[in-house]
Design a protein around this ligand. Structure first.
Ligand code: SAH
Length: 238
């Protein structure tokens, strides 16, 4: 009898533990679906492959634990080294602006938390990403490994110079703002390639979309934004 009671209590405890764990991940997934609906889809980004990527990538895994309650809020959040993880809508907007194909090779400048990288890795065959702060790059690399993003290569370095060994790139996405568009990045854009980059001094920056056709670059300023500056190894803005 006592044995039976012990077993029943154990089973009940396991059941409760299961429900409470399930509730946590369910809560995040409900928040994530609502984020996709209200912050992305309702604002006009309806490309199903992009929405699928945002439903899948767990933003709460890319942020500092103290911000967990805000993981799916409509705003950027602080990460280490005084940097930020971008607002989900801005990540979606920039991703959408690049009109990505599965076969594209993409370069990202400013890995930060790795969230934007993961979205790109859901959409494209290969993603290269550069982060100037060692701590951020190492943390992101660990996360890419744990989440099994085998199509991502990340390095610590100055993204102003791009990654010539792997150029040309079909798309380049820059998540830190220089005052002028870096020449090396323009050179490393493939024929037919697209680049999205915030340009300007704080607080006035613009997202600029560049396209390379027949070797010629065209530029379109598409949205006022606020990003962290693109810095050199001494911490000065480019
Ligand atoms: N894509 C990131 C956004 C991070 S904010 C995310 O989703 O979390 C921009 C990042 O650019 C910061 O982490 C900053 O350290 C990095 N950065 C600034 N200047 C850089 C440079 N010259 N080369 C590479 N990364 C740089």
């Amino acid at each position: 009898m006592r044995n039976w009671i012990n077993k029943s209590v154990f089973a009940l405890l396991m059941f409760l533990a299961h429900i409470s764990c399930g509730q946590n991940s369910d809560t995040f997934s409900a928040q994530r679906n609502s984020m996709v609906k209200t912050q992305i889809e309702n604002r006009g980004i309806t490309d199903e492959s992009i929405l699928r990527a945002f439903r899948k990538v767990e933003r709460h895994k890319f942020i500092l634990p103290r911000y967990l309650p805000y993981a799916y809020s409509d705003s950027p959040l602080p990460i280490d080294e005084g940097q930020t993880i971008s607002q989900p809508y801005i990540v979606a907007f920039m991703t959408h602006a690049l009109t990505l194909k599965k076969s594209d090779k993409v370069l990202e400048i400013g890995t930060g938390s790795g969230y934007q990288t993961a979205i790109l890795a859901e959409l494209c065959d290969s993603v290269f990403t550069i982060e100037i702060f060692e701590k951020l790059a190492n943390k992101a690399m660990e996360l890419f490994k744990n989440l099994d993003y085998t199509n991502v290569r990340c390095k610590i370095g100055d993204g102003y110079k791009g990654w010539p060994q792997h150029a040309p790139f079909n798309a380049i996405l820059v998540t830190c703002a220089p005052t002028k568009i870096p020449e090396p990045l323009q050179e490393q854009l493939a024929e037919g390639g697209r680049m999205i980059i915030p340009v300007g001094n704080n607080p006035v920056q613009h997202l600029v979309l560049l396209k390379k056709n027949k070797g010629k670059i065209t530029e379109d300023s598409i949205l006022p934004v606020r990003f962290v500056p693109m810095i050199d190894s001494k911490g000065h803005q480019y």
